[in-house]
Design a protein around this ligand. Structure first.
Ligand SMILES: NC(=O)c1ccc[n+]([C@@H]2O[C@H](COP(=O)([O-])OP(=O)(O)OC[C@H]3O[C@@H](n4cnc5c(N)ncnc54)[C@H](OP(=O)(O)O)[C@@H]3O)[C@@H](O)[C@H]2O)c1
Length: 383
C-alpha cells in the first residue's frame, strides 16, 4: 500500500449537511503495470469539488459507495514511477491531468477522476496514482507557467470539445455555406471564458457576463466584451416563487427586462446566436429569450441548477439547437493542450493561489463567491 497525506472528504449522514475537508493519512494500493505513481504539484478548485462538498445534487461518497474520498480532478502532476506497460510518459515528466475516470466506447468520460469515479485518489493528496490515459505530458519548452496550466488545462479541454460540436452545429444551418458572423455570449466561469476565446478566434463577436470587477477587467483584457451582471442581479428564476411571491415576480421581471435590453443593445438588436450557459435553471428562461432564431444553446455544466423547463413549440419554431457535452476525450484533451500552446492563448491566473494548509479556506472562499479571478490554484508539492 502507498501511504500519503491528503485532504479527505467523509461520507455524509444523508441529511445533506455540507462536508469538511480533514487532513489525514490516506492509503491506496500500489500502481499496477498500466498505472503511474505521481506527485500532484498544483491543482485548481473546480465547481464539481464544491458540488461534492455541499453534497449537491448528490453525496459523491455515497454515490461511490466509499466512506472517505480524496477530491481534485484538475491540475499538474510530476510522474514518480511508471508501470512497465506505460509508454506515454516517463519518470520526471510533468503532465496535465485529463480526468477521464471511466471512459465510454469513444473515450469520453462517464465518470470523472477525483470526483465521482470510484476508487480514484484526486489531487488533494501528496501522492496519487493515475492511468497513463489520464496524463498528457506538457511540452518541454512550454511558454506558460505550471500555475497557468494547472488553472486552465481541463477547463480549456472541456471548452475545446464543446466548441468543436457547437461551431459545427451552428455552421450546419447555412446550406449555402455563408453563415452570418455570430454573437456568442457566455454565463459561467473559466470554461465559458475559455470557450469564448475559441469563438473569438473563429471570428465571432463575443461577450461574457460576470459580477465582480476583477473578472470584468480580465474579460476585457482578453478582448471579450464584459457584461456586468450586477445590473440585473435579481435575474435568478425560481418557478415556485414566481408562482407564489408577487414581490419576487416583480423584481425578477424587472431584471429580465434589463438583461434583454442589454442583449439587444450589444447585438444591434439581433440577439445572441450562440449562448454558452453553464449555470442552468436560474438563467435558462432569460437565456432562451435572448437567443436569436437559429440560435444555439450550449452547455457543459449546471452550476446554478440541473433542471430545464422550456416550451417545445417556442424552441422548435425559433429553430434553437440545444447541445450538451461534458469533459473531453484523451485525444480531445491532447489536441486542446497542443492548440493552447500553439495559439499562445492560455488564460490568466490571478492572485487566488492557496498553500496546502489553506485548502479548506479555498473551499470556503469558492463556495462563498470570494474568488476574484477564474482559476483558483492550490499548492500540493509545488513551490
Ligand atoms: N471545469 C470543467 O472542466 C468543467 C467540466 C464540465 C462541467 N463543468 C461544470 O460547469 C459549471 C461551470 O464551471 P466553471 O469551472 O466554468 O465555473 P466556475 O469557475 O465555477 O464559475 C462559475 C461562475 O458562474 C457565475 N454564476 C454562478 N451562479 C450564477 C447565477 N445564478 N447566475 C449567473 N452567473 C452565475 C459566477 O460568476 P460571477 O460571480 O462572475 O457572476 C461564478 O463564479 C460547473 O457546474 C462545473 O461543475 C466544469
Amino acid at each position: 500500500m502507498i501511504e500519503t497525506e491528503a485532504w479527505v472528504l467523509h461520507q455524509g449522514d444523508g441529511s445533506r449537511q455540507p462536508g469538511q475537508l480533514v487532513l489525514e493519512q490516506f492509503s491506496f494500493s500500489e500502481p499496477d503495470d498500466t498505472e503511474v505513481l505521481a506527485e500532484p504539484l498544483y491543482g485548481t478548485w473546480e465547481g464539481n469539488m464544491t458540488h461534492a462538498m455541499t453534497r449537491n445534487p448528490v453525496d459523491v461518497c455515497r454515490l461511490r459507495m466509499e466512506r472517505r474520498i480524496v477530491l481534485g480532478n484538475a491540475g499538474v502532476v510530476r510522474v514518480v514511477e511508471t508501470g512497465k506497460n506505460v509508454t506515454r510518459c516517463r519518470p520526471g515528466d510533468v503532465c496535465v491531468v485529463i480526468p477521464i475516470g471511466k471512459p465510454d466506447s469513444q473515450g469520453y468520460p462517464i465518470e470523472v477522476y477525483g470526483y465521482d469515479n470510484r476508487g480514484s485518489v484526486g489531487l488533494l493528496a501528496k501522492r496519487t496514482k493515475l492511468r497513463e490515459d489520464q496524463l498528457i505530458p506538457l511540452p518541454r519548452e512550454t511558454r506558460y507557467s505550471l500555475l497557468q496550466w494547472a488553472g486552465t488545462s481541463v477547463r480549456y479541454a472541456t471548452a475545446w470539445d464543446n466548441w468543436r460540436v457547437t461551431w459545427a452545429c451552428w455552421r450546419s444551418q447555412w446550406t449555402n455555406g455563408i453563415a452570418p458572423t455570430p454573437h456568442v455570449w457566455g454565463w459561467g466561469g473559466g470554461v465559458a471564458l475559455a470557450e469564448l476565446l475559441l469563438a473569438k478566434r473563429a471570428g465571432c463577436r463575443v461577450a461574457m457576463i460576470a459580477s465582480n470587477s476583477e473578472r470584468l477587467r480580465q474579460i476585457s483584457a482578453l478582448g471579450i466584451t464584459p457584461v456586468d451582471r450586477r445590473e440585473f442581479l435579481e435575474l435568478s428564476f425560481d418557478a415556485a416563487r414566481h408562482g407564489a411571491d408577487i414581490d419576487y415576480r416583480t423584481a425578477y421581471a424587472a431584471a429580465e427586462v434589463a438583461f434583454l435590453r442589454k442583449v439587444r443593445q450589444l447585438t444591434d438588436g439581433q440577439r445572441v446566436s450562440i449562448f454558452i450557459d453553464n449555470i442552468g435553471t436560474p438563467v435558462l428562461r432569460a437565456t432562451l429569450k435572448a437567443l436569436a432564431r437559429y440560435g444555439v444553446l450550449t452547455t457543459v455544466g449546471w452550476e446554478g441548477g440541473t433542471d430545464m423547463q422550456f416550451r417545445r413549440p417556442t424552441e422548435c419554431i425559433g429553430r434553437h439547437i440545444h447541445i450538451f457535452t461534458h469533459g473531453s476525450s484523451y485525444e480531445g484533451g491532447d489536441a486542446a493542450i497542443a492548440d493552447a500552446e500553439a495559439a499562445g492563448e492560455i488564460l490568466p491566473v490571478g492572485d487566488d493561489v492557496y498553500d496546502w494548509a489553506r485548502i479548506p479556506q479555498l473551499a470556503e472562499d469558492f463556495a462563498a463567491g470570494r474568488i476574484r479571478g477564474y482559476f483558483p490554484i492550490y499548492k500540493v508539492n509545488g513551490a
